[in-house]
Design a protein around this ligand. Structure first.
Ligand code: SF4
Length: 283
């Protein structure tokens, strides 16, 4: 058998209600994208969905909330959801993805069962003002540092193909490497007609080059995930991304876009001779 692939599932537990203006994001209310918008899911639903994801082999389970960052209500809800999932699902790495966060908020999440915090740098520091004007890149970097300082694992990556230059890509990869995250999601922009960024400026070969460079830069034992955009760039040729260095992927749906069925992904991994990871050490 070839290497084992770490599977991660995403649960959008609060969707589409964000006031920020990130030009790549359908969850911003500013762009009126045609997505499902809802307030907090019930904790019972979140637990049931976690059990289902685990049954498909997901070892990472990410609780995502729309919005710029955590507030008291949100942090309390995520903590309660984390406790409930941990009580019912064994051997699951719980990731919270809730935007900018203070040391105190992150400590609270850790105390209630969150293992890892996902906060992506999204793009280079220089290009960031072109994709978002309502908050800044340094706040993002600081939240990543906060997650590490409270002892959470850090999951941090970005999105490629949003109109950035080759220099921006290099700069983003170097910034991610400077944080030394345990895992990195590489997302490839998925255009949506409602969004200001209309098209994707990245080819499959360029995406593969990014995976290769990221693997070299981040080291052999880190989790390197091909996340959003996988179905657009690698459908039917997933072995290319694994050969380039990816050892992790998202199964099921993304935040607001539909992914391949987990059963289809399972068959794909079997056909290509890859196993499914049962531990989180990235080896
Ligand atoms: S802050 Fe997060 S949820 Fe809000 S628009 Fe930006 S990426 Fe989307």
């Amino acid at each position: 058998m070839k290497k084992e692939i770490f599977l991660c599932a995403i649960n959008n537990i609060l969707s589409g209600t964000c006031l920020e203006d990130c030009k790549f994001c359908t969850q911003s209310v500013r762009y009126h994208a045609d997505i499902e918008r809802y307030n907090y899911k019930s904790i019972d639903t979140i637990v049931e969905e976690a059990k289902k994801a685990k049954s498909y082999g997901a070892l990472g389970y990410c609780l995502v909330t729309a919005g710029k960052g955590l507030d008291d209500k949100k942090v309390d809800f995520v903590a309660r959801a984390a406790q409930a999932v941990k009580a019912e699902v064994d051997n699951i790495n719980l990731i919270a993805c809730n935007g900018t966060a203070s040391l105190e908020q992150l400590r609270y999440l850790k105390e209630h069962g969150i293992d890892s915090y996902n906060h992506n740098l999204e793009t280079s520091e220089a290009y960031y003002p072109s994709i978002c004007t309502t908050h800044n890149w340094s706040e993002r970097y600081e939240t990543c540092q906060n997650a590490k300082s409270v002892g959470l694992q850090l999951c941090s990556g970005g999105i490629f193909g949003m109109g950035e230059t080759a220099e921006d890509r290099t700069s983003l990869l170097n910034s991610i490497a400077s944080l030394s995250p345990e895992s990195t999601p590489l997302n490839f922009y998925h255009p949506n007609i409602a969004l200001p960024i209309k098209s994707r400026n990245i080819s499959r070969d360029e995406a593969l080059e990014i995976v290769k460079r990221a693997r070299k830069l981040f080291g052999e034992n880190k989790l390197l995930m091909v996340a959003a955009g996988r179905e657009l760039l690698f459908d039917g040729c997933e072995e290319l991304m694994f050969e380039a260095g990816a050892n992790s992927m998202v199964i099921g749906n993304y935040l607001t876009t539909v992914g391949d069925a987990p059963q289809k992904d399972k068959k794909m991994l079997e056909r290509l001779g890859y196993g499914v990871a049962t531990t989180c050490d990235g080896k």
